[in-house]
Design a protein around this ligand. Structure first.
Ligand code: AHG
Ligand code: MN
Ligand code: MN
Length: 340
């Protein structure tokens, strides 16, 4: 694109704010903080092999998972950038057991949920990773901030997005007015609008799932995976199997090319693995805004009322027709079992 036509994220945010008469700039300040945190984490990720920030931190997160050094670094970077805005009263993070209350900001109306580093197991092997964010307004700003304020369903998100540290670094987000993607220009250190108004194809040709767990998936999902692999010319099957193991990377590819990402329930984990508030809901908001779907298998992800901060849910997300088909097959086989 001609240099004179570059729109930076900064400019885009200012333009968007100007469109909303009642906007007081609070959300813009939160976005700027996320942008800064993204640049700092990007800088660290890009030189991770050169300085001593690869490998395990020696600590364990609230889910019993080993924290990587970069998990801890990214968490601190996002929390301190968000805290400094003085607009956020509470932060929910994958890496913190309880709500992080921001000192001196008890009366502020925003809550931000973050997965500071998604795809931690890929850090050490130089495979794409990401950061996810989801922004809410408090439901009871007149009361003291509390966990009850945080437990809102995804339909109440004000904005959501992700930063993707891939072959280039991108920031993709929505405020409910479509999805826009920005690519970081390394020399300028600015995110520049590169993917305006992203729409995902309603039919795709990629399925992404950890097939190692196949034996443990619901019968209907096993049948759907078999269907994806069955040759059929009119529907362009078999679909391509692609699974990176970083949801952001798998989701982003499928968003642009068309596909489905699944993290089903298993016998061992009836609610799947992914966390509702900072993994499933933000991606669901983006998927729907891009014309796709996001389901738990029994309902829209964003209608699920959370009862816990780190609640998990099964996830079927991506191209509309593919998600619909997977969910239909899931139900079809469930009813066969029930009627047996
Ligand atoms: P995180 O690194 O934030 O814990 O998330 C990892 C998630 C997600 O990114 C990915 O899709 C999934 O875990 C991979 O899980 P499996 O290794 O079980 O397939
Ligand atoms: Mn994650
Ligand atoms: Mn993570």
């Amino acid at each position: 694109m001609p240099q004179s036509e570059i729109t930076t994220l900064e400019q885009f945010i200012v333009d968007q704010q100007a469109l909303h008469v009642n906007a007081d700039g609070s959300l813009s300040r939160i976005f700027r903080a996320i942008e800064l945190a993204a640049k700092i984490v990007n800088r660290d990720v890009r030189k991770a092999g050169l300085i001593d920030i690869l490998g395990e931190d020696g600590s364990i997160n609230p889910h019993g998972e080993d924290q990587q050094k970069l998990d801890v670094i990214a968490n601190n970077v996002f929390i301190s950038a968000l805290s400094r805005t003085k607009e956020v009263s509470m932060i929910i993070s994958e890496e913190n057991e309880g709500v992080v209350y921001v000192e001196g900001c008890e009366n502020e109306k925003y809550i931000v949920a973050i997965d500071p580093l998604d795809g931690s197991s890929n850090i050490d092997v130089n495979v794409s990773i990401g950061s996810i964010f989801s922004i809410y307004q408090r439901s009871n700003p007149e009361n003291n901030p509390s966990i009850d304020d945080c437990l809102q369903n995804g339909d109440r998100q004000v904005a959501a997005g992700y930063v993707f540290y891939g072959s280039s670094t991108m920031l993709v987000y929505t405020t409910g007015q479509g999805v826009n993607g920005f690519t970081l220009d390394d020399a300028l250190q600015e995110f520049c609008l590169s993917h305006p108004q992203i729409k995902t194809p309603s039919e795709g040709g990629i399925f992404s799932v950890n097939e190692g767990n196949y034996q443990d998936f619901p019968t209907g999902i096993q049948a759907y995976i078999d269907y994806c692999k069955d040759p059929d010319k009119p529907t362009k099957r078999p679909y391509k199997a692609r699974y990176i193991g970083s949801m952001i990377a798998d989701f982003h590819r499928n968003l642009l090319k068309g596909g489905i990402f699944m993290y089903p329930s298993t016998n061992k984990s009836p609610n799947g693995k992914l966390r509702l508030m900072y993994e499933c809901n933000p991606m669901a908001f983006i998927a729907e805004q891009a014309g796709g779907l996001a389901s738990t298998g029994s309902m829209r992800v964003m209608e699920l009322d959370p009862t816990e901060l780190h609640q998990r849910c099964p996830l079927y997300i991506g191209s509309k027709n593919m998600v619909q088909k997977a969910v239909d097959m899931l139900h079809q086989y469930e009813s066969v079992l029930v009627n047996r």
